[in-house]
Design a protein. Structure first.
Length: 461
């Protein structure tokens, strides 16, 4: 359940708060630009009107000018032109409502902004100009900045009316989104608690919104799928190790006990020791294969990857296994061998192909045939080994890649069930795909295993 404190501490709310801050800054900057442009225009307009007013007044005769100055001080025009005065050359007051000469104002100089104190009005911020008349007197007109103050008030009001609701809406939206995110995170936390308590079948909820949380939940679920598979495999491997090691170790113990209690001489003792060594070698082979698979699945061998020519690799393996196949009266032939290169570990790829050929020879009866080759399929390279043995049933084609798996029809053949597991580990390290099917074109229905991986180059260099 989300609390106010937890809502305000979420990343979503902080992001909303930051967005609200940027919004407020943008509104403030926009208002400042509007005020600056409006102020500049208003001042320019005020100066223009002041110049026109001064031109009209100075064109009048002296009596008319005196009368207009008295009228401006008494009627409503003082709201727009709060200050108007006539001064002599020594800046002494002759007429108007300005009691003293405005400090800093120059006759016939530019319009200046200043503060004046018209009679009966108090201090006023104005734009003022002084014009020299033909008789030497100086007319001073001061136009108020009331319009400018109104513009400032309107802009400030607009800023408050826009910024405050916008910020409040942004914060409310952030709080709502944070609450919603916390609900989803709470569901995920409860699912994680169930997983940590031992329920490895539990998964994080991943909806259809495809946001960051959904993508994260999908990645975690894929990781959990892999962990569940590995845990199940470890459980099975533990049982299989105990089963596969118990039998040879029991035989070793039995033979040694018989040898110890036997009255026969050294010949019987030597034979018992030799058989015990064979059984122990079988145990060591299982342990070595398991360590080898673990080393490969660790992924550290990727550092030794380089360009490998598969056609040369097939030729080397053929030279190694041809005498073995010939001794068992099995024809080992190279077919469809194209020059193709991949990025990988040459030693591991040799081990992969050697395990496949060894399995094929092991399960192919006398007079049979084993084919090996490397070819291209689009941008991929394909290693393939086919035989005329009993084949692998479709229901077992995934299981045979698991550790210690042996089908019922192969239990009479020596082995530990780790050969194809090692092949699978090497293939995964090279991001390769293994497919198992019937050999098809061969004279007798057998097994075809293909290992497909990305090719780096095709053809002779």
């Amino acid at each position: 359940m989300s609390t106010p404190g937890s809502i305000f501490s979420t990343g979503t709310f902080r992001l909303s708060l930051g967005s609200a801050g940027f919004l407020a800054a943008a509104l403030l900057l926009q208002s400042a630009l509007i005020f600056w442009q409006t102020t500049s225009y208003q001042i320019m307009r005020t100066d223009l009107m002041l110049s026109r007013e001064a031109a009209l007044i100075t064109a009048q005769s002296r009596p008319v000018l005196d009368q207009q100055l008295r009228m401006r001080a008494s009627d409503d025009l003082h709201l727009l032109i709060p200050g108007a005065g006539l001064f002599d050359a020594q800046h002494r007051v002759l007429n108007g409502n300005l009691p003293v000469w405005p400090e800093g104002l120059q006759p016939d100089g530019p319009v200046r902004q200043m503060v004046v104190n018209p009679i009966g009005q108090g201090p006023r911020s104005v734009r003022a100009q002084a014009l020299r008349l033909r008789n030497g007197d100086i007319l001073v007109l001061a136009r108020g900045l009331r319009d400018l103050e109104e513009v400032r008030s309107v802009v400030l009001r607009a800023l408050l009316l826009c910024a405050v609701p916008s910020i409040l809406v942004a914060l409310a939206g952030g709080a709502w989104l944070s609450h919603r995110a916390l609900l989803r995170v709470g569901i995920m936390h409860r699912a994680i608690d169930r997983i940590m308590s031992g329920d490895l079948h539990e998964r994080l909820p991943a909806g259809r919104e495809r946001d960051d949380l959904d993508r994260l939940a999908g990645s975690v679920n894929r990781m959990l799928d892999r962990l569940e598979y590995l845990v199940d495999e470890i459980k099975g491997v533990g049982d299989d190790i105990a089963h596969d090691l118990r039998t040879p170790l029991a035989r070793v113990r039995t033979r040694l006990e018989r040898a110890r209690s036997s009255p026969e001489g050294g010949e019987f003792m030597g034979e018992a020791i030799e058989r015990a060594i064979i059984d122990l070698d079988q145990c060591f082979a299982v342990i070595t294969a398991l360590l080898r698979i673990g080393e490969i699945e660790n992924g550290r061998r990727r550092a030794a990857f380089a360009t490998v020519a598969l056609d040369e690799l097939v030729a080397d393996i053929f030279d190694l296994y041809e005498p073995i196949a010939e001794a068992r009266q099995i024809a080992l032939v190279v077919v469809d061998c194209e020059p193709v290169r991949v990025h990988g570990d040459r030693d591991l790829l040799i081990e992969l192909l050697a395990n496949l050929i060894d399995n094929a020879i092991k399960f192919t009866p006398e007079g049979g045939r084993v084919e090996v080759g490397a070819e291209t399929s689009g941008t991929n390279a394909v290693l393939h080994v086919a035989d005329t043995g009993p084949g692998i049933a479709p229901a077992e084609r995934v299981a045979v890649l698991a550790r210690f798996y042996r089908s019922d029809k192969s239990r009479h053949i020596a082995g530990n069930g780790l050969g194809l597991s090692l092949v699978g580990a090497i293939a995964r390290l090279h991001d390769a795909r293994i497919s198992i099917s019937e050999a098809g074109p061969l004279p007798r229905l057998g097994c075809l295993i293909e290992v497909t991986m990305a090719a780096t180059s095709i053809g002779r260099p």
